[in-house]
Design a protein around this ligand. Structure first.
Ligand SMILES: NC(=O)C1=CN([C@@H]2O[C@H](COP(=O)(O)OP(=O)(O)OC[C@H]3O[C@@H](n4cnc5c(N)ncnc54)[C@H](O)[C@@H]3O)[C@@H](O)[C@H]2O)C=CC1
Ligand SMILES: O=C(O)C1=NCCCC1
Length: 315
């Protein structure tokens, strides 16, 4: 190893990871990923180790981008039963390596990267798939991803109304009081999604929270949760009556309970729409089912590290 690796904490990551810069980088990464060998992305399906005794999981997510010459692995833990403590349900660290010799260059907080890159990818999908007039945004869940999605979506779109539902009204109200804009707190998920144009499901639920019968035809849904093959966020009716887009077909068909258990077929990867090889059927009811990709962490970590190195050079 040449010298000590740098440690870049959550504040540094947050400072350098702005959506305006991140979104075009992730668009390029999604295209590269969906371009096979030509795209130069090496990303095996992640390894997940269940920690059954504590209802937890450890995931290892390596990737190399030839185009960006960036090599990382994220190590992420996620625990189903969030305890009363302040420990977040998801925690992560990204290791950034020098691709030419394998030296560890930096250890980077992966929590903020995960929260922001997931929201940025949902923004990319929503730009492509939302109905032409989208006035109402609805978020189900009030945790870390609900917050990052709120920030990214209110910055990138101009919705007339934003609604939130969470399992307890107290948590939904806390969310509404913690953000700058107006948010309507809803008592039931059905109330929240009725007539919504864009819906984000950001829960740790293992059973459906969103039902097809409630959803306005033509709406667009970003479904981020249910990343285990026996977990659900969306019901069979919604899965079967919508056009289904994913980040990665290979992983989504293995990891997403909404896909595995409903038997719904994947129409396309978001990278394929961006490349122009598959259409964005925005007039239909569309789902973007994301499971999360290591390459998104790779380009995000490289951006943060490059900005940090530049800032040091200017000191
Ligand atoms: N697709 C992707 O790239 C990524 C997906 N995720 C997934 O997004 C989801 C949200 O993650 P975070 O916001 O970080 O978690 P969090 O723990 O901060 O928030 C989870 C939210 O889900 C709610 N919830 C828990 N159990 C529920 C149930 N049975 N029914 C309804 N709501 C329930 C909680 O009250 C909370 O509002 C998780 O499923 C997570 O695994 C997380 C990171 C990346
Ligand atoms: O992409 C990620 O990072 C994650 N995806 C699903 C849940 C754990 C973290």
């Amino acid at each position: 190893m040449s010298g000590q690796p740098a440690y870049l904490g959550a504040d540094t990551v947050d400072k350098y990871l702005d959506y305006q810069t991140l979104i075009p980088l992730l668009e390029r990464a999604l295209i590269n990923f969906s371009s096979g060998r030509e795209g130069g992305v090496v990303q095996p399906i992640r390894t997940i180790v269940p920690v059954a005794k504590y209802s937890g999981f450890l995931g290892v997510m390596p990737a190399y981008s030839t185009m960006d010459d960036a090599l990382t692995t994220k190590v992420v833990t996620f625990y189903e039963n969030k305890t009363a403590s302040d420990v977040p349900s998801h925690q992560a660290t990204v290791l950034l390596f020098e691709p030419s010799n394998g030296s560890l260059k930096a250890v980077i907080d992966g929590k903020v990267i995960t929260d922001k890159r997931t929201a940025a990818v949902s923004v990319i999908a929503t730009k492509l798939l939302k109905p032409s007039s989208a006035e109402v945004l609805c978020i189900l869940g009030s945790g870390a991803q609900a917050h990052s999605h709120y920030q990214a979506f209110t910055q990138q779109f101009s919705f007339k109304e934003v609604r939130i539902w969470s399992r307890t009204r107290e948590n939904a109200e806390k969310f509404a009081n913690s953000v700058e804009g107006n948010v309507r707190v809803c008592s039931t998920p059905q109330e929240a999604v009725t007539n919504a144009d864009v819906i984000v499901t950001a829960t740790m639920s293992t059973k459906p929270v969103l039902y097809g019968d409630w959803v306005k035809p033509g709406a667009h849904i970003n479904a981020l949760g249910a990343c285990r093959p026996d977990w659900r966020e969306l019901d069979d009716i919604l899965m079967k009556n919508s056009v289904l887009y994913v980040d990665t077909k290979e992983a989504a068909q293995k990891e997403s309970g909404d896909i595995v258990l409903s038997g719904a077929s994947v129409y396309a990867e978001i990278g394929e729409i961006l490349k122009g090889t598959k259409p964005a059927l925005a007039e239909k009811t569309t789902i973007f089912k994301s499971v999360g990709m290591a390459i998104e962490d790779t380009v995000s970590a490289k951006l943060v590290h490059d900005c940090w190195v530049k800032s040091k050079a200017g000191d």
